[in-house]
Write a protein that binds this ligand. Structure first.
Ligand code: MG
Length: 158
């Protein structure tokens, strides 16, 4: 049986932090504010996979009140979520991820992100799609206050 889940995440841009998306450090004057490394791509994908598996959500698994996750590498959180999904007899198969940002453009990093995420999910990189969209200058994303990510993922029951 194939199951599908959706994940959403957003983080605010701030000065003085590295910008990490899909496990890649991206040169940009600002980074994302968060308890962990604030990798919104990894967070949205984690929530999509957990949703597909009916295995909770990232906030419940890795609460930002827990000092263990302070500054955490979000790919390691994704890895823990994948282990939880596997323990429920399901296997990650595929994901499609859209980053909505007025900048930076994610296109040049999409392949590296897909490769890094695929390694964690233990799927072929071709099974992970990463796309970028601007918000056409509208609203908080348009003003560059932060960015948002939407992810859809499928898992298969073994
Ligand atoms: Mg997040």
């Amino acid at each position: 049986m194939i199951r599908t889940g959706i994940g959403y995440d957003s983080h605010r841009f701030v000065e003085g932090r590295a910008l990490i998306l899909g496990g890649q450090q991206i040169p940009w004057p600002k980074g994302l504010l968060g308890h962990s490394d604030a990798d919104a791509v990894a967070h949205a994908l984690t929530d999509a996979l957990l949703g597909a598996a009916g295995a909770g959500d990232i906030g419940r698994l890795f609460p930002d009140s827990d000092p263990r996750w302070e500054g955490a590498d979000s790919l390691s959180l994704l890895r823990l979520a994948v282990a939880r999904i596997r323990a429920r007899g399901m296997e990650p198969r595929q994901a499609d991820i859209t980053v909505i940002s007025e900048g930076p453009k994610v296109g040049p990093y999409a392949e590296a992100m897909a490769t890094a995420l695929a390694r964690v999910l233990e799927v072929d990189p071709a099974m992970i799609s990463v796309k970028g969209k601007s918000n056409e200058g509208m609203g908080w994303i348009g003003r560059g206050e932060g960015l948002a990510v939407i992810a859809v993922a499928t898992v298969e029951a073994r």
